[in-house]
Design a protein around this ligand. Structure first.
Ligand code: CP
Length: 326
């Protein structure tokens, strides 16, 4: 097993082998236990992480910042307005100069399709410290590791053969990124899950992500199915994630995307739909959720929901990512 991850970037789960991701999860479980026992784990003493956020965040910012504190280091919270990007600091300046000051760079850049993953990849080319994605337009690898940790916990590590359903759901708030849906369909097959993707026709995902999902399912000997029927997808599901995303393959106009979404207000995860899944099914959502639109309160606050454990696991998994790479 390769345990030498110092200096490695983490821009997508596709960057790491499944064995490396399993090792990362082992470290996360270990750090979770250490925190529960009050054992100090200052693995990054005196180290600095630069966190550049080009979008809002509750979980990602606070779990990553808390992770650095609990690992004995420090995180700088940076926004686009706080640094000189608009005055000429290119990816080259950001990558080289931040590398001279600290030990890691973490970036959220998820709003515009075709922008964020490219930006992070470009910074990583110039940086000689690890660059970690805190969500791009393409993937949300830190969320993916927290989701897999949660699935392992809830199913006592018996993950192989489980049916994972990623379904689109209606949300009036805004055209949400594709990252969680794409990240899930790409990574869940690698952990032995059969994956079903359900969405209205206009809400398809990027062909690259669909292609990787198909390849990963084939390599793992599991199923990857795509349907436009939410109810059919949910039949017998073990893990249900129903959340919204914008129809970026149909239009890049965020308002038009929301107008198209209004045709599908019936795509809500409610009690009737939860009953289509298996009795022991779990409901996941990376949050924030549009309550009573994407999911009813009865489901998100009900017995199948694991959303708060999922959110907590953001802390333990990002600690593992930082401790291994920085
Ligand atoms: N799940 C997630 O990434 O949440 P935030 O947008 O609040 O960081």
């Amino acid at each position: 097993m390769n345990t030498r991850m110092k200096g490695r970037d983490f821009l997508s789960t596709n960057d790491w082998t499944t064995e490396e991701l399993e090792m990362l999860l082992d470290v996360a479980f270990d750090l979770k236990k250490q925190k529960a026992l009050g054992i100090r784990h200052h693995l990054l003493e005196d180290k600095t992480l630069f966190m550049l956020f080009k979008d809002k965040s509750t979980r990602t910012r606070n779990s990553t910042e808390a992770a650095m504190t609990q690992l004995g280091g420090h995180a700088h919270y940076l926004t686009e307005e706080a640094v000189q990007i608009s005055h000429g600091d290119t990816e080259k300046e950001m990558g080289i100069i931040l590398s001279r000051y600290g030990h890691g760079i973490a970036i959220r850049d998820d709003i515009y399709l075709g922008v964020g993953h490219k930006y992070m990849t470009s910074i990583a080319k110039y940086a000689d410290i690890p660059v970690i994605s805190l969500e791009s337009d393409f993937d949300h690898p830190c969320q993916m590791m927290a989701d897999i940790m949660t699935i392992k916990e809830k199913f006592h590590n018996e993950v192989r053969g489980r049916k994972f359903v990623m379904s689109w759901a209606y949300a009036p708030s805004y055209a949400k990124p594709l990252a969680c849906a794409q990240g899930s369909i790409m990574v869940m097959p690698r952990f032995g899950m059969d994956v079903t993707l359900a969405m209205p026709p206009e809400f398809s995902l990027q062909p690259e992500a669909l292609g990787i999902a198909r390849q990963n399912a084939q390599a793992a000997g599991v199923k990857f199915e795509v349907t436009n029927d939410m109810d059919a997808a949910l039949e017998g599901a073990d893990i249900v994630e129903a959340k919204s995303w914008g129809c970026f393959m149909t239009t890049r106009d965020l308002k038009e995307s929301q107008d198209i979404a209004k045709k599908y207000t019936s795509w809500i995860m409610d009690q009737r739909r939860m009953e289509l899944a298996s009795n022991s099914a779990i409901y996941m959502h990376p949050l924030p959720a549009d309550r009573e639109y994407e999911v009813t309160n009865a489901v998100i606050d009900g017995p199948h929901s694991v959303v708060y454990d999922e959110a907590e696991n953001r802390l333990h998994t990002v600690k593992a990512i930082l401790a291994l790479t920085m």
